[in-house]
Design a protein around this ligand. Structure first.
Ligand SMILES: CSCCC(=O)C(=O)COP(=O)(O)O
Ligand SMILES: [Zn+2]
Length: 235
């Protein structure tokens, strides 16, 4: 485990006016624990280096959304590092620790996915070597094609390896209003997609539950590595 480093975040989201701390029910806290365990596992696998990555879940019963705070080591995340937001990405409640009072810089992207994929129960964002390389390699084509792999069946709704999964690629940007519109367009243009890549940045994937999002993440990252190695051995 890395020692905690308390450097300030490089990207500073909007200032937050919040007067209350997150109120956890037993059921929500169990989900928060699951999300944080998955995020820490991503860190152990080297998928969220140097404070990158962000994670959220939406409770199916209440519609309440919780997202990771910005700019800290996600390998150390606990439920105390989650903020509650509404569908418009306004902060409703924050951790008591003022250093954790800002939601992910990429909160708006989570909001677009929850809005435009209404069945979504969790969203994971990771920066891996394979997704970063492939997002650049296929940028001109606009999407990474993954086809005829057995592990495609780990993606919800896919029942055969004879499937062509397209993972759309967006140009990276620090301007999140514009990027949100690009993301909404990609979700509309690729209705079957289980993830979206930001070029030279990372992957967003989601699922109907935390376990579903985690399964999609593992499958896509496995397939990205296979695809990159296949391209290398083919040239
Ligand atoms: C050093 S990572 C740069 C920001 C980023 O891409 C990311 O995934 C983490 O941002 P957050 O505000 O969610 O910590
Ligand atoms: Zn990122």
């Amino acid at each position: 485990m890395w020692e905690e480093i308390t450097e300030p975040a490089q990207t500073v989201p909007q200032a937050i006016q919040t007067t209350r701390s997150v109120v956890w029910t037993e059921e929500l806290l169990a989900q928060a624990d699951l999300l944080c365990a998955a995020a820490r596992e991503c860190s152990r696998r080297g998928w969220v280096p140097a404070t990158s990555g962000n994670f959220s879940f939406r409770d199916a019963e209440t519609g309440r959304i919780f997202i990771s705070a910005s700019g800290f080591d996600k390998g150390l995340i606990t439920p105390n590092d989650l903020l509650e937001i509404d569908v418009a990405c306004r902060v409703l409640a924050a951790p008591a620790d003022p250093g954790k009072g800002k939601p992910s810089a990429e909160t708006k992207l989570h909001g677009v996915i929850y809005r435009d994929r209404p069945q979504t129960g969790a969203i994971f964002h990771v920066h891996t070597i394979w997704n970063t390389l492939l997002s650049d390699r296929y940028a001109a084509q606009g999407a990474v094609p993954l086809e005829n792999y057995e592990l495609l069946k780990a993606l919800s709704g896919v029942t055969t390896h004879e499937h062509r999964e397209q993972v759309p690629i967006l140009e990276n940007s620090q301007e999140y209003n514009g990027l949100s519109k690009e993301l909404a367009a990609a979700l509309a243009n690729y209705p079957g997609a289980h993830g979206v890549l930001l070029r030279r940045h990372g992957l967003y994937t989601w699922g109907e539950s935390i376990a579903g999002a985690r399964r999609h993440l593992e499958a896509l990252e496995f397939l990205f590595e296979v695809e990159w190695r296949r391209l290398g051995s083919a040239s």
